[in-house]
Write a protein that binds this ligand. Structure first.
Ligand code: AMP
Length: 189
């Protein structure tokens, strides 16, 4: 089974590229952001815990995330693979992912790192704010999310590199071109 991590700053297109991979290869898709937003919408206990963090642009504590992830992953074991979109976001989560996969005889197949300039990221997120109305897509919270990304998530690139699973893709103005590059890379695995 393929276990693909899609990695990048807020607005880097993780959701878009995940959708393209799902369409091409029939993978299952875990977007931890979508899982959390669904919990909030359903008014669950977990939803109530996580709402404040999301609205403030902060990360949800690792222990909640790790429990959620294992539960969702285990419902997807019969497919050709899983895309992890928005997880891991900390070194603790990355190690937990590695352990969880190992316990199931699996490993991270590849990490797709999306490099996009900060100007483009901000422009995309502000545009998305108008379309989707996400509470955390306002300029102030976006800036906080960038800071959280660079402090807590960006250091993971080194971790993935050491694991030998990092593959880099740089946005140069054409989303379709990256989709093509990513699909080619995944097809060659
Ligand atoms: P996303 O939709 O991936 O941009 O995630 C939106 C928000 O959900 C983030 O800003 C965090 O508050 C929270 N979140 C999503 N995934 C994680 C994660 N792996 N760890 C902690 N918080 C997360």
């Amino acid at each position: 089974m393929d276990n693909i991590v899609i990695f990048g700053a807020p607005g880097s297109g993780k959701g878009t590229y995940s959708t393209a991979l799902v369409k091409e290869f029939g993978y299952n898709h875990i977007s931890t952001g979508d899982v959390l937003r669904a919990e909030i919408k359903a008014g669950t206990k977990l939803g109530k815990i996580v709402k404040g963090y999301i609205d403030q642009g902060q990360l949800i504590p690792d222990e909640h995330m790790i429990d959620i992830l294992a539960g969702v992953y285990d419902s997807m074991l019969d497919g050709p693979g899983v895309i992890f979109d928005g997880f891991p976001r900390t070194i603790v989560q990355a190690k937990a992912l590695k352990d969880m996969l190992q316990e199931r005889g699996e490993k991270i197949t590849i990490t797709i790192n999306l490099n996009v300039s900060e100007d483009v990221l901000m422009e995309r997120l502000l545009r998305r704010a108008k379309i989707e109305g996400r509470a955390d897509d306002n300029e102030e919270t976006i800036k906080k999310r960038f800071k959280v990304y660079y402090n807590q998530t960006y250091p993971l690139i080194e971790w993935f590199k050491n694991e030998g699973v990092l593959s880099e893709f740089t946005f140069k103005g054409d989303t379709n071109l990256i989709i093509k590059e990513i699909i080619e890379k995944v097809a060659s695995l």
